[in-house]
Write a protein that binds this ligand. Structure first.
Ligand code: HEM
Length: 450
């Protein structure tokens, strides 16, 4: 049954947002978790680029396709904010992370944090990545059914501990495993149906997780304040913006927790998608390996990683095929319009890059793995400014995207030099979208040492 989100004021020539609430209480949450692309394709066909549905116990205006995404992400009339949009999903767990700040406060914090992501600093983070990757991969046990996803997840958590935290001196492996569970609790609470801390619920696990993470990060704060080391934590403690602003202790804790989350699952799913497609396309695997071998080093610098152009094409294509952050949350703070549809103040809005990335209207043969579509002579992404948007757009565009590129390429470089792998060409990863996407089967690959 089609219903409108809100009646349009009588003096306006805008159209209402059409949509439907879905199942009572649950809305469309389960449809989304099972197969967001199918859900959004149905809505695109029935309602077009702007419609509403119920999910995570709220009504959301779903914005589909590059034109509508551009209106919301570019946010030219400043009608949309991040904080109260994202807070509805992940607020209690990642509150006051950069992505959840708005307006002048966001700008002030972003200017400080940018100093942690300059090219010089990225070059130094990249140097420290290699030994951490080497020692992580030393623990891998290749075999015909190697579960790639959990192995990559634990590797990226180790990298976060060393590059972000500057190590976790005094923390036992059991405590690290508990920390990982705390993370998962926070991230998975986003789509919880019960949004109250009842025992045994995802919401409660999320809140407990946040408390554990805070205690963990805070326990290292005094040592990092004193340190002049190059890990992100120590850097956040001492950087200041050009106009002299610095982070206080609470800011550092909030930003660290958000950064660990922002960097961890996103890089993991990017790597596991790359492993899958390179396993299914041996000619691309060989092409990337040949490029890595031609660098002549196991520990390339940031500049050298920039020369891995085939790997870059593969990474871009994998970010398109499985978009690590499939949807972005916003909330309208004034009455506004998206492509001629009336969106009243207070409305929750979600922008869905993952859908854009699979639109046959935007991408020729979108389900096909075809990294060359990003090559200089094709540049299919140039068809629209918002055709390829895995890192978002506008003032909240991912601050860590160059770091992510360096980390993903560094890990892949090591993998290509150490292993060869195969994945059945008919395999399709059973992705779960309860939080950020992950393969429910652990994504088995046939992994062999070289
Ligand atoms: C493949 C990996 C990654 C993907 C796909 C990704 C994606 C995104 C997206 C889509 C946003 C925008 C959210 C919005 O507009 O609401 C974002 C924001 C952000 N990301 Fe990433 N991210 C990745 C890795 C990283 C890494 C490694 C870091 C840090 C080292 C990072 C730090 C951030 C920060 C700080 C923001 C907030 C920026 C702001 O609000 O000003 N991300 N990311």
């Amino acid at each position: 049954m089609v219903k409108v989100l809100a009646e349009v004021p009588s003096h306006s020539d805008l159209r209402p947002v059409p949509g439907s609430p879905g199942i009572p209480l649950v809305g469309h949450t389960l449809d989304y978790i099972r197969d967001p692309l199918a859900l959004f394709r149905r809505r695109w066909e029935e309602f077009g680029p702007v419609s509403w549905l119920s999910a995570a116990r709220s009504r959301w205006v779903v914005v589909l396709g590059p034109d509508a995404c551009e209106v919301v992400l570019a946010n030219r009339d400043r009608a949309f904010v991040n904080g109260s949009g994202w807070r509805r999903l992940i607020g209690p767990f990642f509150d006051r992370g950069l992505m959840l700040l708005d307006a002048d406060e966001h700008l002030k914090h972003r200017r400080i944090m940018q100093q942690a992501f300059t090219r010089d600093r990225l070059a130094r983070y990249t140097e420290s990545l290699h030994p951490a990757i080497e020692s992580g991969l030393d623990g891998w046990r290749p075999g015909p059914d190697f579960a790639a996803y959990p192995a990559l997840k634990s590797l990226t958590l180790d990298l976060a501990t060393s590059i972000f935290m500057g190590g976790a001196e005094g923390t036992t492996p059991q405590e690290m495993a508990a920390l990982n569970r705390a993370f998962i609790g926070c991230v998975q609470a986003a789509t919880a149906l019960v949004r109250y801390p009842l025992p045994g619920t995802r919401w409660k696990r999320g809140l407990d997780g946040r408390r554990e993470l805070e205690a963990f990060v805070r326990s290292y704060l005094p040592a990092r304040r004193r340190s002049d080391a190059d890990d992100l934590f120590s850097v956040l403690c001492r950087i200041e913006s050009e106009d002299g602003h610095r982070f206080d202790d609470d800011d550092v804790v909030d930003h660290m927790i958000f950064l660990l989350m922002a960097a961890h699952d996103t890089s993991t799913i990017t790597l596991s998608t790359m492993l899958q497609y390179l396993g299914q396309h041996p000619q691309w695997q060989q092409r990337c390996r040949a490029e890595s071998e031609s660098l002549g080093t196991a520990s390339p610098t940031l500049d050298q990683l920039g020369r891995l152009t085939s790997l870059d094409l593969v990474m871009k294509e994998c970010l398109r095929l499985v978009t690590p952050v499939p949807g972005l949350a916003r909330r309208a703070v004034t009455d506004t319009a998206v492509l001629g549809h009336y969106v009243p103040a207070g409305t929750y809005v979600t922008v869905v890059p993952h859908f854009t990335h699979h639109m046959p209207e935007v991408w020729p043969n979108p389900e096909r793995f075809d990294p060359e579509r990003f090559a200089a002579d094709r540049r299919e992404d140039k068809v629209h400014r918002y055709a390829w948007e895995p890192f978002g757009g506008g003032v909240h565009k991912c601050l860590g995207m160059h770091f992510a590129g360096a980390e993903v390429k560094a890990v892949m470089h090591h993998l290509l030099l150490r292993f060869a792998w195969h994945v059945d060409p008919g395999y399709s990863a059973p992705l779960d979208f309860t939080s950020l996407p992950y393969p429910r089967d652990g994504q088995p690959v046939d992994l062999r040492p070289l």
